[in-house]
Design a binder for this molecule. Structure first.
Ligand code: GLC
Length: 584
């Protein structure tokens, strides 16, 4: 609920003001602006999950362990003394820090965040605070963090570390995932000790080591503040406070916002706040998992980066190197493809701010506003078939319209009924995403293109929804365009949809949907601030049919978030076309 309100507030900010200007800043905010400057410019970074879990790679004792591989110790309830033995096998001879950093640089990434210690408690750096670390406990004996720090300096790459400050499954005082529900640690041989003992004896000293021994650390990426107390968080913050340029995420301690928020494995429908970073896997697991071949295409990844930049956020894209020290070929290949696109089009990502439009039917928009000039970067995912790209509701004094990858290629344009029409030749420049720059004098004025509920109705098409897949399992997908678009492969009851629309009308609305369903399912709809309602989607004998699902209530006006998700019990899935709200 609170998150929803923040989101709605931000939406109205997003669509109503110039986001390049951060007015009347307090001294703290100014300091933060300074610290965040490079990060806001960067837009794209590499997440690296690497640790002992790369050895089992998602299997234990010959059995596949469901879920993400870095959780194998918990998921397979592996006793501490048994998991520890992995260290003796860790010898990733192929590890080459230079090659990793170069790969990130060539992909167009500007920073790296690597797991210094994940929940398993094993330090991937040379630590005096705990001998359970990569130089002391493995035959490898090298310090990957040191080697990476050197390579990062060479390539001018910012280096950040992930540190699991609360969960530490190896320590008597560390927390674990279901501790807050009162469950015991799965290993009865691990005695319990107070959290503060672990914080003072391991977490604080290790964070000190990381921040003092490796040159400038740009970001500290905390995770899963399970069981975290204010006292513990303060102890860690005392250390990080010594480094005024250090950026931290919002996962140190739940009530603390940090410098940026961290939507995980999904892209929010609109900016969730000032600074935010989506962390995302290319397949489904963060750590290397041998059988996880559920790869997103390079096209999907490029468009994700653009979608995020168009809302003003960063993308931290993950790789999970294997136990030999290599980044899987499937990741390398995708990063190279992203790199090729970034090489030609990077200026439409770096240093841009959120575009002024809501989603555009053919793609997205990022922008730069500088020196009395605005550049809109139109990211065209679907190249027009009728040789006209329509940019809705815009008034601007346009100086130039050109192809970003080849500025000599100009495009003719004209205005029609308040829309800008760009003449687009019948040539495919880039099937993944062609970027057209529209350079204008001064500011451009945009009439919001967000769907509007008016005259008692709003029609929500599946291609305008934000689809949130859980990251694991079968991924639901939208195919088709406009009223012909529909959601398919909705097998996973965790996959959900969100739409934004604007309304000046409140009241009771009938909710109709185009559905194709073999069996009956239940969904839960939450519209705006009203409490969720449960609706039944009947079986339609596997035929498309327009069904009245029930009624919902809208009790606020303005930008409204419409959230539609499965009721998990007895979910069999169905295909979903348009959703329409009609006032009673
Ligand atoms: C989750 C998981 C963790 C992963 C992280 C990345 O919180 O616990 O394994 O490192 O997400 O965002």
């Amino acid at each position: 609920m609170k998150r929803c309100l923040v989101l709605l507030f931000c939406c109205s900010v997003l669509f109503s003001c110039d986001h390049t200007k951060r007015e009347s800043r307090s001294p703290e905010e100014t300091a933060r602006d300074q610290r965040m400057a490079w990060w806001r410019e960067a837009r794209f970074g590499m997440f690296i999950h690497w640790g002992l879990y790369a050895i089992p790679a998602g299997e234990w004792k010959g059995e596949e362990v469901p879920g993400i591989s870095e959780w194998v110790m918990a998921r397979a309830a592996i006793p501490v003394s048994e998991y520890e033995q992995l260290a003796a096998q860790f010898n990733p001879k192929q590890f080459n820090a230079d090659a990793w950093v170069k790969l990130a640089r060539d992909a167009g990434m500007k920073y790296i965040v690597i797991t210094a210690k994940h929940h398993d408690g094993f330090a991937m750096f040379d630590s005096e605070a705990s001998l359970y670390n990569v130089t002391d406990a493995t035959p490898f004996g090298r310090d990957p963090l040191k080697e990476l720090a050197e390579a990062c300096r060479k390539y001018q790459m910012k280096l950040g570390v992930y540190y699991s400050q609360a969960q530490d499954w190896h320590e008597p005082g560390g927390t674990y995932f279901n501790m807050e529900e009162g469950k015991p640690h799965w290993d009865p041989a691990l005695p319990r000790e107070p959290l503060m003992k672990y914080i003072e004896e391991k977490a604080v000293p290790q964070v000190k080591e990381i921040l003092s021994k490796y040159g400038d650390i740009a970001v500290i990426w905390w995770d899963t503040p399970i069981g975290m107390t204010e006292e513990a968080a303060k102890k860690l913050k005392e250390v990080t406070d010594q480094y005024p340029n250090l950026i931290m995420n919002n996962r140190l301690y739940r009530p603390w916002p940090g410098d940026f928020s961290t939507p995980e494995q999904h892209i929010p429908p609109a900016s969730p706040g000032d600074d935010w970073e989506v962390c995302m896997t290319m397949n489904t697991s963060w750590g290397f998992k041998r059988n996880d071949q559920n790869w997103k295409s390079s096209q999907t990844l490029i468009r994700m980066l653009v979608d995020i930049a168009s809302k003003g956020g960063n993308l931290l894209l993950n790789v999970g190197p294997d136990a030999t020290g290599q980044i899987p070929d499937s990741s390398v290949f995708r990063l190279q493809e992203i790199g090729h696109w970034m090489e030609k089009n990077g200026e439409s990502i770096y240093g841009t701010v959120a575009g002024p439009f809501f989603k555009l039917p053919w793609g997205r928009c990022t922008q730069k506003i500088k020196n009395q000039e605005t550049i809109l970067y139109l990211h065209v995912f679907e190249w027009p078939k009728d040789q006209t790209l329509r940019v809705p509701g815009i008034s601007a004094r346009i100086k130039d319209v050109y192809l970003v990858s080849n500025p000599k290629q100009k495009f003719g344009f004209l205005f029609e009924d308040g829309d800008l029409l760009i003449r687009t030749p019948n040539a495919t420049f880039d099937p993944v995403n062609t970027v057209i720059a529209v350079k204008a004098r001064g500011k451009v004025k945009i009439a919001s293109n967000m769907p509007v509920l008016q005259a008692g109705k709003v029609l929500l098409t599946a291609d305008f929804a934000d689809l949130h897949n859980p990251g694991y399992g079968i991924q639901a997908a939208v195919t088709g365009k406009g009223t012909a678009a529909y959601l398919t492969r909705w097998d996973d009851s965790r996959a959900r949809l969100e739409w934004l629309f604007n309304t000046s009308e409140k009241g009771i609305f009938q909710c109709f949907a185009q559905v194709k369903s073999a069996g009956e399912n239940r969904i839960r709809i939450k519209a705006g601030t009203h409490k969720p309602v449960e609706l039944v989607v009947p079986a339609t004998d596997g035929e498309w049919s327009r069904q009245l699902l029930g009624e919902i209530k809208l009790d606020t006006t303005g930008v409204t978030l419409f959230d539609l998700r499965p009721v998990q019990e007895n979910w069999t899935g169905f295909e979903l076309g348009t959703v329409e709200l009609v006032k009673k």
